[in-house]
Design a protein around this ligand. Structure first.
Ligand code: PNS
Length: 163
């Protein structure tokens, strides 16, 4: 059984992320999408909200499950017997940042990171810009699934603490 780990903040999950999950799910027996908890970073959505949004957006992918983790990612990969970390790359800026983490993770434990190029139609999408555009009333419906769009609209209308 091959298993992959797709980590990130996912605040919130976008269609760019879901496209990567779909493609990773076609290559591995199981995929664990992992919301990594950063206690120093407050998000628009709590960890539980992010998990629920990803679960809804990946309901069509039976071999994908969603988890959260606080700590070193490689410890979670080993705990879950996942053989690879898979990351989507939107370009060279992503690569510079990801290459360092990939090498650190492999040096620590031997866990490999595989990179998957973002679909060109979604390579400019990011959670940060989706939040910024939505906050200022722009239309982000092309870049997030309907449940995420609703959650964004509700959170912007009635801001909460996030997590
Ligand atoms: O969506 P993001 O914010 O780009 O995701 C970055 C994330 C959460 C995947 C990365 O910061 C991470 O792996 N954090 C876990 C802690 C860890 O293992 N740090 C050592 C990295 S070498």
């Amino acid at each position: 059984m091959s298993g992959a780990l797709c980590p990130g903040s996912f605040d919130p999950v976008t269609k760019g992320h879901v496209n990567i999950f779909e493609r990773v799910a076609a290559q591995f027996d199981t995929v664990v999408v992992t919301v990594v908890v950063n206690p120093n970073k407050r998000g628009m959505f709590t960890i539980e909200e992010r998990i629920a949004l990803i679960e809804e957006a990946t309901a069509h992918l039976p071999n994908v499950r969603v988890a959260s983790w606080q700590g070193l990612l490689v410890d979670f990969a080993r705990q879950e017997s996942l053989t690879a970390i898979v990351k989507g790359l939107r370009g060279m800026v992503d690569y510079d940042y990801e290459e360092q983490m990939a090498n650190l993770n492999r040096s620590m434990t031997g866990v490999e990171t595989l990179f998957m190029p973002a679909d060109p139609s979604l390579s400019f999408v990011s959670s940060s810009y989706v939040k910024e555009i939505a906050t200022h009333g722009g239309d982000v419906s092309g870049w997030v699934s309907p449940n995420v769009l609703t959650a964004l609209q509700e959170r912007i209308a009635s801001p909460a603490t996030g997590g």
